[in-house]
Design a protein. Sequence first.
Length: 608
Amino acid sequence: MKIFFRLLQFSKPYRHYIPEYCIYIFFYIIFGLLNFALIIPLLDVLFETKKQALVTSLPPFHLSAEYFKAAFYYNLNYYIQTTSKISVLAYVCAVMLLFVFLKNLFGFLSQKVLTRMRVNLVKRIREDLFYRYSTQSLQFFHTQKKGNLLSIISNDVGEIETTVVSAIQTLFRDPLVVIATFAFLFYLSPQLTFFTLVFFPVSGLIISSISKRLRKKSHLGQSLFGTILNLSEETISGIRIIKGFNAEDFINRKFLTESDKLARTTKSITNQRELASPLSEFLGVTVIVVIIIYGGYLILEGRSNMTASSFIAYIGFYYQIINPVKNISVAITNLQRGLVAGERVLNILDEPQRIKEKENALPVHAFNHSIHLKNIGFSYMHENVLHNIDLTIAKGKMIALVGESGAGKSTLADLVPRFYDVTEGTILLDDTDIRDLKVHDLRSLMAIVSQEAILFNDSVLNNITFGNTIIDREKAIAAAKAANAHNFIAELEEGYDTMIGDRGMRLSGGQRQRLTIARAIYKNAPILIMDEATSALDTESERLVQDAINKMMENRTSIVIAHRLSTIRHADEIIVLQKGVIVERGTHEQLLDKKGYYYKLVQMQEVK
């Protein structure tokens, strides 16, 4: 139940709802009991019992159940003496109808309060999850499946809402109904009520056994759902490759295998969950049958002073317990699925933030003279990626990182904006360790253009001005012109307001890349980090993009990850990486003269 109580912590901001809810539930229970208690005087009237004649005078007022009972029977007796029995019957029925109305009114009001609390609680869980997704380091996403993360924020949060949060209503209200009803049953017949209590532990053990098995299977079900989401996302993203390799049957078989596993698990979970309701109802009715036999025996043998009307009312009250007990057992059973979902949600929320900002972090608003990577090293998943890198990047200079795939180029570039933290050494921005700076301020000094054009399903304008709440349209147009993007944007059906589709799929590769460059130009940051954006483009697109890149790098400090070595001839310094170590450094001409590793890379690309 630790997970249950942790999930309840999300309701803390809304605890002001609880007193209001408790008041409504109190009256809901009271009027429910009073409504059913009227069966006794109703039967007394119908079968002409003389119990009501015992109260011939109105007792002095005092706050107790006995006073209200006596007052009711006094009025009942008065009506019997002054009117007909039909009128008395109508009077009792009218009171019953009033109590039913009041019971349902307070039940509705309590449900409204709980709905507000429920919606806000789930909203807060979902918002906390999304915030954690958006603020985690890149390392977090290397260890998580995308489909699993999507499953948690959609399916698991939905599961919490339909099971855990719904169980809150049942577990807050129905136990109170059961306790209040048992109190009335004790009032009617302590002997009979004590006898029936023996059966409740047996029911509890049976329901508990079902719940334990259900929780184990729920773990598997949630994991399989995440796998299916991940497979679906990969299929949609990679549909071009799937079709190109005639792999439709292969991917369909893979999906069907996982789908069959999920279907079997879901079937088993549903069957066990649905068993809780009929089983608890059967056990409840069994107890009522035992009550009828045992209670009837006590009355017939003269061992109980219960009247026929009170015995029938007793059976009716006991029958009233069946629904709350059934609801509780169903809630506890369903709760197991919700707790599994809650555990997965809490595991994400408990994931430590690997990039932490110091409490007294320093603000920074300008880049003055240099970035110094001082003897840095970086390890990922117990694997050393970079070793003893020492590099100074002076303001206004272009530094190129080259090397084979896996040499550590992208990792080195990702360390500068603190997407990861170094495991050895320090990175200094104007002689200040970047870990001592405010993360937001640090990244505000940098614009990033990746090899893959990352765009969002929004308008052209919003993609160029991404991350800005105040949009300068003229500045965006100027950025697009500098990126050689204005002409194709102007030809779009709605110009800068055109929606570009998921990941910008309505645009060509070259257009998408020029849009990302326009986005970087609009930011106008003094430091540019660029994973060369021309390696996957045709000749014409490459020319336009490269021209835009050259304009963008003017008067900026640039860190360029180079794939086509012809594009970095004019770099102020080329850093050659091999297995995470700097093996060569210098200008293009100096490195060619050495005829070392860089020279071999150039020869392989036939650069002259």
